[in-house]
Ligand binder design. Structure first.
Ligand code: M6R
Length: 612
């Protein structure tokens, strides 16, 4: 979704803004722009990539030590140069960038038109810019006060930064339901949607809270007020993030780098939480709320996209290992139903970014109903991490590729640890099986490494099926959610239509689609359903479907009947998703690359979906 970057200090703002915008590209966008103040506002905006913006700026010397930059992911108005941010006020004094949606922009716009304002773009953001102008000029207010009052009139979500031509020594930033971070340098400030444009300049940051308005000044002062005009104390934090974590290094894409990071990221997720030799497992965020977890009537998992799929694996795990009843909900549906959530329920939010608008809204609803909120997130300091009563980070490190890979395996690792931990505490897992699960969990990173060694073979299979227009993914038990994830990965980065199905459901509809042009990826590593899945494969073969089977090493039965097999190391059934998903990530990756697709920034997608 939209990315924000802003700078005030002693350095030239333009190169900092452009570099920052490039760091934010992963969020997904369709146009970009900058506004740099040097007496006048120098504004450049362009549809397309940041590179197109830089070409558009060309040889213009964009000088000035204060400025704002933006990558836009269209919500109101199509992606074009005019709708791109920054927007300017009617009197050309203010310039503003925005991430979010102003829901009541239409009545505000009509009221402003009656007051004589005219608008150039179709955006809600331009309306907000004029509203601030109107309040500032009507009451002759300082810019931060005009921003504050304007925001009291706004319904919706926003992260904004405002540049005022008449106040070259300050920037005003504010947020509600869209993230904003302030980086504190030496006599300079950076403002951004996330820490990625900031870390190469400073590690000292302040995360703005909802309905807070910050003023950063060139003299090095930072002040924060809330929307009710009360002064707030900035809480300065130290970023624990290295620059190489957000760079591609020797890899051609972030997605491939992140797939290959999984042995390490899974290990990082388990670090300090499990020791098979000493026979213990613990998850900090749960330890402090153990009573609530042991007595939970029900767990509700709320998430979107790949995180929702990880949640589905969580349901299988919690029910089998801990005997706790679980419901997995699309956050976007949960928030608009009138769900039965009661005191004693635990709501687990799963989110890589920790900023997904629907997941946040579902959590607010659950909070109002007095459920205990537990967050499993990757991005440290994110909104979900701060809203929940307790939680655990998955420690996957920055995930830049839009297609989630290492965050998914991190989420599943965390859920697996949690289910084993709770199951054992509840006396549901016998000691020998507990010890075996811990040992096996510790073996997962090295087994993932062995799967990555099969990359060339997977690439070959990709070359055989890359021209398909449809694909079916089938799995049973723990591998059914993996089938969903394989299909989601393929469609989002290669634009091939793909469906994930429980293997036995195939007969109830999708079997009609199967012919010699239909690749069917069967995830067949769970031995408890082996005979059944063999029958499913036979059914596909009988209709001339092309079967690509993910099997355990040495499974000669399926090897005999499938067209292609990818053999992976065996493991205990509850841990299978952590292995069986990896070949599917590589398969989609190679197919997408062979089809000439941009795997890191697939069309229309955003990394962090901060609007509903
Ligand atoms: O940051 P979140 O985990 O809350 O994001 C949820 C989805 O938007 C995300 O998983 C999306 O489906 C990915 N593009 C999947 O690869």
């Amino acid at each position: 979704m939209c990315g924000i970057v802003a700078y005030i200090g002693k350095q030239d703002a333009y190169p900092i803004l452009i570099k920052g915008l490039k760091r934010l590209e992963y969020r997904g966008y369709d146009s970009s722009g900058v506004s740099v103040l040097n007496g006048d506002l120098q504004i450049f905006k362009k549809k397309g990539k940041v590179k197109d913006l830089v070409d558009h700026v060309g040889n213009h010397r964009v000088k000035g030590t204060v400025g704002i930059g933006h990558t836009r992911w269209a919500t109101h108005g199509k992606p074009n140069d005019i709708n791109a941010h920054p927007h300017v006020s009617g009197n050309k004094r203010l310039s503003l960038i925005h991430n979010g949606i102003i829901e009541n922009y239409q009545p505000l716009k009509e009221a402003l038109i009656k007051l004589g304002h005219t608008f150039e773009s179709d955006t809600d953001t331009e309306v907000l810019t004029h509203l601030i102008e109107e309040i500032q000029t009507r009451d002759d207010l300082p810019i931060d006060e005009a921003v504050r009052i304007a925001l009291t009139k706004v319904i919706g979500a926003y992260a904004i930064v405002v540049l005022d031509k008449e106040n070259p020594d300050i920037l005003v930033a504010a947020r509600k339901a869209s993230p904003l971070v302030i980086g504190i340098g030496r006599d300079e400030f950076f403002v951004a949607s996330d820490a990625s444009p900031i870390i190469e300049h400073t590690k000292k940051v302040v995360y703005l809270n909802d309905e807070e308005i910050a003023v950063v000044k060139r003299d090095g002062t930072l002040s924060i007020k809330n929307i009710d005009n009360q002064i707030q104390n900035p809480f300065i934090e130290e970023l624990d993030l290295k620059l190489d974590a957000i760079e591609k290094g020797d890899f051609d894409s972030f997605m491939l780098k992140e797939i290959y990071e999984q042995p390490e990221s899974i290990l990082d997720c388990m670090r300090g939480r499990i020791n098979a030799e000493e026979g213990w497992i613990k998850v900090g965020g749960v330890e402090t709320k153990m009573e609530e977890f042991l007595n939970a009537k029900r767990i509700i998992i709320a998430a979107c996209g790949t995180s929702w799929i990880a949640g589905l694996i969580g349901e299988y795990l919690f029910e089998e290992l801990a005997r706790i009843s679980v419901e997995v909900e699309y956050a976007s549906e949960l928030r608009y139903r009138n769900p039965i959530i009661e005191e004693g329920d635990i709501v687990i939010a799963l989110s890589q970014s920790g900023e997904t608008a629907d997941t946040l809204a579902a959590l607010h609803l659950a909070k109002d109903k007095n459920a205990l909120l537990y967050g499993i997130v990757n991005v440290v300091g994110s909104s979900i991490a701060r809203l929940t009563d307790t939680g655990s980070y998955i420690h996957a490190g920055p995930e830049i590729g839009v297609a989630s890979t290492k965050a998914f395996t991190g989420q599943v690792t965390l859920l697996t640890m949690l289910a084993i931990y709770l199951g054992y505490e509840k006396g549901r897992i016998p000691r020998p099986y507990y010890a075996q699960l811990l040992r096996e969990l510790e073996n997962i990173p090295s087994k993932v490494k062995r799967i990555l060694e099969k990359d060339d073979h997977i690439k070959y299979i990709a070359s055989e099926i890359k021209d398909a227009t449809n694909a079916l993914y089938l799995g049973r038990g723990y591998n059914f959610p993996v089938a969903l994830e394989g299909a989601l990965k393929l469609k989002e980065i290669s634009y091939i239509h793909a469906e994930g199905y429980p293997a036995a459901e195939m007969k109830h509809g999708p079997i009609a689609l199967i012919d010699e042009n239909m690749p069917v990826v069967v995830i067949a590593t769970n031995m408890s359903a082996h005979d059944k899945i063999v029958s499913n494969i036979q059914e596909v073969k009988a209709r001339k479907g092309v079967v690509i089977a993910i099997i355990n090493e040495g499974d000669n039965v399926i090897k005999e009947i499938a067209d292609y097999v990818i053999e992976i190391p065996a493991t205990d059934e509850p841990l299978t998703p952590l292995l069986s998903v990896v070949p599917l990530q590589l398969l989609s990756y190679h197919i997408a690359i062979m089809r000439g697709c941009n795997v890191d920034q697939p069309r229309n997608l955003a990394k962090s979906v901060t609007v509903e």
